[in-house]
Ligand binder design. Sequence first.
Ligand code: GLV
Ligand code: MN
Ligand code: MN
Length: 417
Amino acid sequence: MSDESRARTAIERCRKLASFSQDHGSTRRTFLSPPMRECHREIAAWLKPLGAKVRIDAAGNLRGFYPAAEAIAPRLLIGSHLDTVPNAGAFDGVLGVVLGVALLEALDGKRLPFGIEVIGFSEEEGQRFGTPFIGSRALVGRLDDELLSRKDENGVCVRQAIQDFGLDPREIPEAALKGDTLGFVEFHIEQGPILDGLERPLGVVEAIAGQSRLEFIFIGSVNHAGTTPMNQRRDAIAAAAEWITAVEREAQRVEGLVATIGSITAKPGAPNVIAGETRLTLDVRHGVDDSRDRAVETLMRLAETIAARRGLSVRHTTLLTQPSVAMDRPLARQIEQAIRRTGCEPHVMVSGAGHDAMILAEKVPASMIFLRTPRGISHDPAESVRVEDVAKAIAAGSHLLALLASSPAIQRRTHLA
Ligand code: GLV
Ligand code: MN
Ligand code: MN
């Protein structure tokens, strides 16, 4: 089978997975929601005929292990996440899992000096509990009590969600990486316009920008919209609105800073009632961690100043502080070499989006291969990929497996094992 027909199959599979959704007519699949089970079933049905052993670990990650030629050998991890944002596209995350399956299929039964574990992480987007990377944190032993106790909007905590899915949270330590791991490779759409602008199909990620996520609550006073004079109001929506525009101005002022208030809810939420409370999420990113930390401080101070001037109070909770992470250099160089073997020149780049690779990098050599994202559109149903780029990614992945199999490091390791 040609890489092009494998690419067409991969795209069809991504679209099939997109149909497993909590919402009718659009894709939304949050941590261990019912459609995640259908997703697992579908991917397991692709993996099992290839001789892979499939299990769902206690953090809800799908793990398909394709054994090495020898019983004792290191393993290479290939994967990405299976959860989505609301009204999602079909490729963010799932493409990295589907391409893992395609690479096993391309091996056509051949065994390598290392095993390959295809992983579909249960959670990366941070939609249900506000905190991302629940799946990959289990692999590095960081799915702690604090995170397990975090609640979703219905008051269900992560621990309970795991039990409701039929898994046992006491087994989470068994999800952690064990044994000799060669590395983690994540294929992912770029989700930005750089490769498209350069007309290059593939990129190699050398670093992933850090990110902070917080929740802010402005608290004012509920009162009547018709009878309360404008100068006697403590309007939580008006205060939030002033802060939102201040956040945008600050991000425009500081080079390299991006800051997003992606969601806002107000209470009580009626046309003739002045809002007494607004809740907002803040997502702040910068390639330099100190600059991000400074920006978060500034945005907090701005919220306090605006609230105080208007007679309101404001509180915040930090949901995530994730430093920027360098990808593994030797692995990234091997990926570059593999991409060159497909006849393309790889573009070496920094990822502005967060990825499971930044968590896995705490424990194992990790790197990423980006696929061009037409018009840079992502986190939207218009997200797409080109068949020829997916075919190049499969070809590059196959070259990478061959390069790793013949590398002196793997020869040494299997010899020692
Ligand atoms: C993942 O999509 C992120 O928010 O970077
Ligand atoms: Mn995403
Ligand atoms: Mn993603």
